[in-house]
Design a protein around this ligand. Structure first.
Ligand SMILES: NC(=O)c1ccc[n+]([C@@H]2O[C@H](COP(=O)([O-])OP(=O)(O)OC[C@H]3O[C@@H](n4cnc5c(N)ncnc54)[C@H](OP(=O)(O)O)[C@@H]3O)[C@@H](O)[C@H]2O)c1
Length: 253
């Protein structure tokens, strides 16, 4: 018997990286999954792997920057399950042209849109289910860049991820009386496809030393399986060999 048998979990960005790992980990505990991302093919692949071991997974593709699509997926969850126990609010992206010299309003909207506005849209769809149930957990993937300002990630991404951290804490402030818990996960570097959007390419060796998607999937499963009276507000998780520190150490001699 899994710790999440019968629970319904909606994972965004579920076709790759951290979201894929989280979906598989939650399904391994018996949760019934709703999988969202823009591309249907990787979602169907993840759903197929869940179903092949007797699990339940529903592919609900869509661009989460469009509030109407988020609401449509919420309506599907309502019709199909009439409940939502876990939201893994994980979809995100960055751009190559992230320095101030090349930032344009359109690119700013893109980064803020997927990393922050979409996370808000998904939370507003999830919360009414959870209020009605007097139970539920939201797990948001922010970033190390959501806690610390540094040059690597770019202004728009850093600002958006700081917003996600603040959003998560604000949910706990208002919704704790409704039995709702919100956890923001702030990972350092994780070896996932998002690294292909780095202005400086990341080597295979560096990727091998980073956190792996399954490390974050395991953490998300752990948080989702906690008893209802336990709220982990925030988690900072990094590779032991943190490249940000290693570079500074090298300069210190
Ligand atoms: N990897 C890292 O080093 C790292 C570190 C800190 C935080 N994070 C955060 O971790 C989260 C997951 O990223 P990842 O590292 O696992 O990279 P990833 O494999 O690129 O995953 C990002 C996912 O988000 C989905 N997505 C992007 N834009 C979307 C949109 N408009 N609507 C719906 N879905 C969208 C993508 O699917 P589609 O392209 O099919 O839409 C993709 O599956 C992100 O929020 C990222 O910012 C990553």
């Amino acid at each position: 018997m899994g710790k999440l048998d019968g629970r319904v979990a909606w994972v965004t960005g579920a076709g790759s990286g951290i979201g894929e790992a989280a979906a598989l980990a939650l399904a391994g505990e018996g949760a019934r999954l709703v999988l969202t991302g823009r591309r249907e093919a990787p979602l169907s692949d993840v759903a197929g792997r869940i179903r092949s071991v007797g699990g339940e997974a529903h592919v609900q593709p869509g661009d989460l920057m469009r509030a109407a699509i988020v609401e449509k997926i919420g309506a599907f969850i309502g019709e199909r399950f009439r409940r939502l126990d876990i939201l893994v609010n994980n979809a995100g992206a960055n751009i190559l042209e992230r320095d101030w010299k090349r930032l344009t309003p359109a690119r700013i909207d893109e980064v803020i849109g997927i990393n922050l506005s979409a996370a808000f849209y998904c939370a507003t769809v999830a919360l009414p289910f959870m209020r009605a149930q007097k139970d539920g957990v939201l797990i948001h993937t922010a970033s190390f860049a959501g806690r610390f300002v540094h040059p690597l990630s770019g202004a728009a991404y850093i600002a958006a991820k700081h917003g996600v951290v603040a959003m998560s804490h604000s949910i706990n402030m208002e919704e704790c009386v409704n039995g709702i818990r919100s956890t923001v996960v702030c990972p350092g570097e994780v070896a996932t496809p998002i690294l292909d959007k780095r202005p400086v390419p990341v080597s295979k060796e560096d990727r091998a030393r980073m956190l792996q998607a399954t490390d974050c999937g395991d953490l998300i499963r752990y948080v989702a399986c906690l008893p209802p009276h336990v709220c982990i507000n925030e988690v900072l998780i990094t590779p032991t060999s943190n490249r940000g520190y290693v570079v500074v150490l090298a300069r210190c001699g």
